[in-house]
Design a protein around this ligand. Sequence first.
Ligand SMILES: [Zn+2]
Length: 380
Amino acid sequence: MTPAVTYELIKKDKQTGARLGIVHTPHGSFETPAFMPVGTQATVKTMSPEELKEIGSGIILSNTYHLWLRPGHDIIGEAGGLHKFMNWDRPILTDSGGFQVFSLSDMRKIEEEGVHFRHHLDGSKLFLSPEKSMEIQNALGSDIMMAFDECPPYPASHDYMKASVERTSRWAERCLGAHSRPEDQGLFGIVQGGEYEDLRRQSAADLVSLDFPGYAVGGLSVGEPKDVMNRVLEFTTPLLPEGKPRYLMGVGSPDALIDGSIRGIDMFDCVLPTRIARNGTLMTSQGRLVVRNAKFARDFGPLDPNCDCHVCKNYSRAYIRHLIKAEESFGIRLTSYHNLYFLLNLMEQVRQAIREDRLGDFREEFFEQYGYNKPNAKNF
Ligand SMILES: [Zn+2]
């Protein structure tokens, strides 16, 4: 049986070793390194599927936890799956629900069988396990499913992390056993182990032996400094098979997308661009811009003079500032559109730099222009 999800390595950047590739799925292919906009509730907030296509989104992510609780995976299954339900015919990745259980619910109890917790909205008692996560994701029909893992907080002790990694490996095996649609959905394993090299090695070895069609690096972007994340990636990505995609979970700041690509990552996701857009914060070619600030009240120029998105071609900083301050929903549509366009366009520039063997140079130019090299700069 051909796996539902496969990876084609096109070439590596001669300066950095970053990978240019294509991930093939039952709903089409997308080029990597790729950023995946997050559509938690079966919608990327404020964006229509048509707009997502217009800005070049090759794949989106949706959250199993939220869709399980509302409207329920049975309803989405009856609709013919998540693609039909939300009118998105390109690839979809769903997470396992584990991260939300661990981050949204403080009333939880982890057992070998799974996790007991309370609903974050109504307080009712719920239970999520590897088998339940697979049942939900099989009903949603995502192209890429994620194994149910534990995502421990940062920092965690070596003892705690070791027990957690071992449980995550046992859960990964149970996920494979419970996955009922391997011919049309690819299940990725998640390497855990925090900042500990021996545990990342152990986790990667366990998961690679189970032969998943792709692997994620989990447990990063949970509050650790950026140099810790980069160091962990440096010793973790070489442990993963060359011929399969690698996904760094929960990362979406421009510097981390570039630095992750340089360390051999192919896929990223994060709510950052849409979350900051909702309070009027933009990513631009010259760095972070807070359009709410009074200094933009009479600025009739675009959000980003170097951006050719629909928003920057047609609307001014002064107008968008007014909409955001007046709490008009059109304002956050415009800022969300621009921020997503900015990140998708950044990834296209990263892929182009790999094609031309100049990602190291591109990183330097970008960091200089974005302001990452300035001491104490406020950035994303
Ligand atoms: Zn723009």
